[in-house]
Design a protein around this ligand. Structure first.
Ligand code: ADE
Ligand code: ZN
Length: 357
C-alpha cells in the first residue's frame, strides 16, 4: 500500500510528530543523566563533584568535538555506584520517553565506564534491566539493552567485559561500539564482534560520526553490523551511499548531537534530507539527550523546523524507519506500523476534508 501524506499541512506536523508512536534506537543511557540527577547521586553516594552547582555543570556543556564531550560525559557517569543508581537513571529516561510517545527503546550502556571504577557489572545490568521491566509494566514501553565496548580501550578489555557480562546474556540483546572514533577503526574489534555474533548477539557500531566513510565500510564488512550508529559521513563516498541504500542498512542519526559536537554547524546544514532522498533507512535519535539539549521529540521537531525539505511524508518515513530498523519480531513491527499509519491516515483525511470545506 502506498502512503501519500504530502498534502497534510506543515502546520499539523509538530502535533502529529509529538503524538505519533516511535522507536528510539540510539540513546546512551549514561547520556540521559541530567545535571540535577548527577548532583543528587553524588550527594547520595558521598561524592564531591568538581562543579559548584547544577548551573555550573550545565555551563560546562560547550563542546568543540566528540572528545571534549566524552571527557565530561565520563566524569558525569562516575556518580553511578549502586543498582538503584542505574535503575533511577533509566527510570528518569523512561518517564521522558513516555511523554514523547516512545513505544520501543534500545538502550546503549557502557559497562567499562563503571567496572573500571570497581562497580560490579551486576549492579549495572540488573539496575537497568529492572527499569526496563517496570517501563513495560507501568508505561507500556518495550525496552531492551545493548552493551557497548569503549573503542579507546583495547580489544582485550572488550573481551574481559564481555566475559563478565555473559552470566547476564539473557538481559541484553546486542553489542555496540562507542567512544572516541578517530584512530580507533572497527577492525580493532574484529575478534570480539565475531565472538558476540556466535553468542547470537545483535551487532551495531558507531561509525562515520567524526571518522571517515572507510570506518562505515569496515563496520559492515569486518564487524558485520546490522545497523550503523550515526553514519552521516557516508556522503563523502557516493558509492557507499548507494550501497547503504541498496542494503537498506539503517543509520541511527542524532541531529542535535551532530550540531552540539560540531559535525554540522547548524541543523539547517544537516545532510539527513539528502540521506532520506537517496533511499537510506534513516532514523532520528537523541544520543545523549541530557547533554545535547533535547530528547527524541525535540530532535524531530527542531529538525523539521530547520529543514523545509522535511515535510509530512518524510516525517512519516523517519518514524516508519524507526520500527523497520528495530530489533523486534516482524509481527510487533507491523503492529506499531499500523498505529503510525492510522494516525497519519487520519491527519490526511482531516486535511482532505478541510480542503473540500
Ligand atoms: N558515547 C556517548 N555518546 C557518544 C557519541 N555520540 N559518540 C561516540 N561515543 C559516545
Ligand atoms: Zn552515540
Amino acid at each position: 500500500m502506498a502512503h501519500a501524506f504530502s498534502h497534510i499541512p506543515r502546520s499539523a506536523l509538530p502535533e502529529l510528530l509529538r503524538r505519533a508512536p516511535k522507536a528510539e534506537l540510539h540513546i546512551h543511557i549514561e547520556g540521559s543523566l541530567e545535571p540535577e540527577r548527577i548532583f543528587a547521586l553524588a550527594h547520595r553516594n558521598g561524592l564531591t563533584l568538581p562543579y559548584a552547582s547544577v548551573d555550573a555543570l550545565r555551563a560546562a556543556y560547550a563542546f568543540t568535538d566528540l572528545q571534549s564531550f566524552l571527557d565530561i560525559y565520563y566524569a558525569g557517569a562516575s556518580v553511578l555506584l549502586t543498582e538503584q543508581d542505574f535503575f533511577d537513571m533509566a527510570w528518569d529516561y523512561f518517564l521522558r520517553a513516555a511523554a514523547d510517545h516512545v513505544v520501543h527503546a534500545e538502550l546503549f550502556f557502557d559497562p567499562q565506564t563503571h567496572t573500571e571504577r570497581g562497580v560490579p557489572i551486576a549492579h549495572v545490568i540488573q539496575g537497568l534491566h529492572r527499569a526496563c521491566v517496570q517501563a513495560q509494566a507501568q508505561l507500556g514501553i518495550d525496552a531492551s539493552l545493548i552493551l557497548c565496548f569503549l573503542r579507546h580501550l583495547s580489544e582485550d578489555a572488550a573481551f574481559e567485559v564481555l566475559e563478565q557480562a555473559l552470566p547476564w546474556r539473557h538481559l541484553f540483546i546486542g553489542v555496540g561500539l562507542d567512544s572516541s572514533e578517530r584512530g580507533h577503526p572497527p577492525e580493532k574489534f574484529a575478534r570480539v564482534f565475531a565472538r558476540c555474533a556466535e553468542q547470537g548477539l545483535r551487532c551495531v557500531a558507531h561509525a562515520g560520526e567524526e571518522g571517515p566513510p572507510a570506518y562505515i565500510t569496515s563496520a559492515l564488512d569486518v564487524l558485520k553490523v546490522q545497523r550503523i550508529d550515526h553514519g552521516v559521513r557516508c556522503t563523502d563516498d557516493p558509492a557507499l551511499v548507494q550501497r547503504l541504500a541498496q542494503e537498506r542498512m539503517p543509520l541511527t542519526v542524532c541531529p542535535l548531537s551532530n550540531v552540539k559536537l560540531c559535525v554540522f554547524k547548524t541543523l539547517a546544514e544537516h545532510n539527513l534530507p539528502q540521506l532520506l532522498e537517496a533511499g537510506l533507512c534513516v532514523t532520528v535519535n537523541s544520543d545523549d539527550p541530557a547533554y545535547f539539549g533535547g530528547y527524541l521529540n525535540d530532535n524531530l521537531l527542531q529538525l523539521v523546523d530547520a529543514l523545509p525539505q522535511l515535510g509530512p511524508q518524510q516525517a512519516w518515513q523517519l518514524l516508519a524507519n524507526s520500527f523497520e530498523a528495530s530489533f523486534v519480531a516482524p509481527e510487533q513491527k507491523a503492529a506499531w506500523r499500523a498505529e503510525l499509519d492510522a494516525l497519519f491516515d487520519a491527519a490526511a483525511r482531516d486535511a482532505a476534508a478541510g480542503l473540500q470545506a
